[in-house]
Design a protein around this ligand. Structure first.
Ligand SMILES: [Zn+2]
Length: 298
C-alpha cells in the first residue's frame, strides 16, 4: 500500500515493493521464537512476512526515492523460497499511484547495497523477464550510495555474498549513473542522511525535517518497530550486532527529542509510529498500520 505523509511543507510518500517471507530467526537473532512470535506469527516454515518499503520525497532538489526493493531479477527458485508470487516489481505501480513515472525520479538513494534495497534499480531488458543485459528502471536518476557500502558489496565474503548481486549495481557504475559519497549528506532542503552502523558498516538512515516536524526512515538500523523498542533484539543479519545496539540507543534518543515520525522499512504490520513512554521505557505508538494482508499458511 502507498501512504502519503507531510513533514512541514515537504510531501513524502511511503511505497511498497510488496511482501516476501524470511526465516524469523533472521530478524530476531538470539531472541527465542516463544518471545518473537508474540510480535508476528510465523508460517509452518518458520517464515515471517517482511515488507520492502521505499520513501519518496518531493524536494527542492527534485524527486528523491530512497531504496527500490527487490525488483524483478531474482531467479524463480529464490522468488519461490521468499514466497513472492507475481513477477513484476510493485514499486513502479505504487509510484504511479501517487502520480509519478519512473522517468520523473531525479535521485535514487541507496541506504545500503543489500539485494532487497537496490535490486529494483535495474531490470532485465526483455518483455518476458528473461535474464540478459540490464537497463536502469529510473532512467534519468542519479543513484547515490556510500563508498564503504560499495566496497563491501564489491568484495563480499562467504557470509555476505548472497545479498550482494553484481547485476544490481555494476551496470550503474558502467553507465556513469552511480555517485559514490563518503559520510552524511544534505540532499535537499530538509533532507539529510545519517550513518547508522551495525546492520552493515555504513548503512544510512534518512531524516526529513521541515517546519519543526521530523520523519526518520530507519532502514535496517531498526527494521521493525520492536527492534527500536528493545535494544537487545538485534537481527542475525546484522554484521556488527553490538554496534547496532548503540546505534539504536542514539537514534531512539534523537527521534524522541524531535517527536519524529518513524518509518519502518520491513515491518509487515507497523508502517509508521512515534516513540512515547510505556511500561518498558520508550515504546512505539503505531500511526499507520497495515491490514493483515499476509498469509500465515504460505
Ligand atoms: Zn533490508
Amino acid at each position: 500500500m502507498a501512504y502519503s505523509v507531510k513533514v512541514g511543507a515537504l510531501q513524502c510518500h511511503i511505497l511498497s515493493d510488496g511482501l516476501h517471507y524470511v526465516d524469523g530467526g533472521g530478524f530476531f537473532g538470539l531472541i527465542p521464537r516463544s518471545m518473537w512470535q508474540e510480535v508476528i506469527e510465523p508460517n509452518a516454515n518458520n517464515q515471517i512476512a517482511c515488507d520492502s518499503r521505499s520513501l519518496l520525497i518531493e524536494s527542492d532538489a527534485g524527486l528523491i526515492l530512497v531504496d527500490v526493493g527487490n525488483g524483478d531479477k531474482l531467479p524463480p527458485k529464490a522468488r519461490q523460497r521468499l514466497g513472492m508470487d507475481d513477477r513484476s516489481s510493485r514499486l513502479v505501480g505504487e509510484l504511479q499511484r501517487v502520480g509519478f513515472r519512473p522517468e520523473d525520479v531525479d535521485i535514487v538513494l541507496f541506504t545500503h547495497f543489500h539485494g532487497d534495497h537496490i535490486g529494483g534499480a535495474t531490470r532485465w531488458d526483455s518483455a518476458d523477464g528473461t535474464p540478459g543485459p540490464v537497463v536502469p528502471v529510473f532512467p534519468r536518476a542519479r543513484y547515490i550510495g556510500q563508498r564503504i557500502e560499495l566496497a563491501d558489496a564489491s568484495f563480499p565474503n562467504e557470509r555476505t555474498a548472497a545479498t550482494y548481486v553484481p547485476d544490481n549495481f555494476r551496470p550503474l557504475i558502467e553507465w556513469g549513473m552511480l555517485e559514490v559519497v563518503d559520510g552524511p549528506l544534505r540532499l535537499a532542503h530538509g533532507v539529510r542522511t545519517d550513518i547508522a552502523p551495525g546492520h552493515t558498516a555504513y548503512v544510512q538512515t534518512i531524516w526529513v525535517e521541515d517546519g519543526g516536524e521530523s520523519l526518520l526512515f530507519l532502514t535496517d538500523a531498526a527494521s521493525w518497530a520492536v527492534h527500536l523498542e528493545r535494544l537487545a533484539w538485534v537481527p542475525a543479519f546484522d554484521t556488527f550486532p553490538l554496534t547496532s545496539m548503540e546505534t539504536k540507543r542514539r537514534l531512539r534518543q534523537a527521534a524522541a527529542e524531535r517527536d519524529a515520525l518513524l518509518v519502518f522499512q520491513h515491518d509487515a504490520q507497523v508502517v509508521t509510529g512515534r516513540l512515547a513512554p510505556g511500561k518498558r521505557g520508550l515504546e512505539v505508538r503505531p500511526e499507520i498500520t497495515e491490514p493483515a494482508q499476509f498469509d500465515a499458511s504460505l
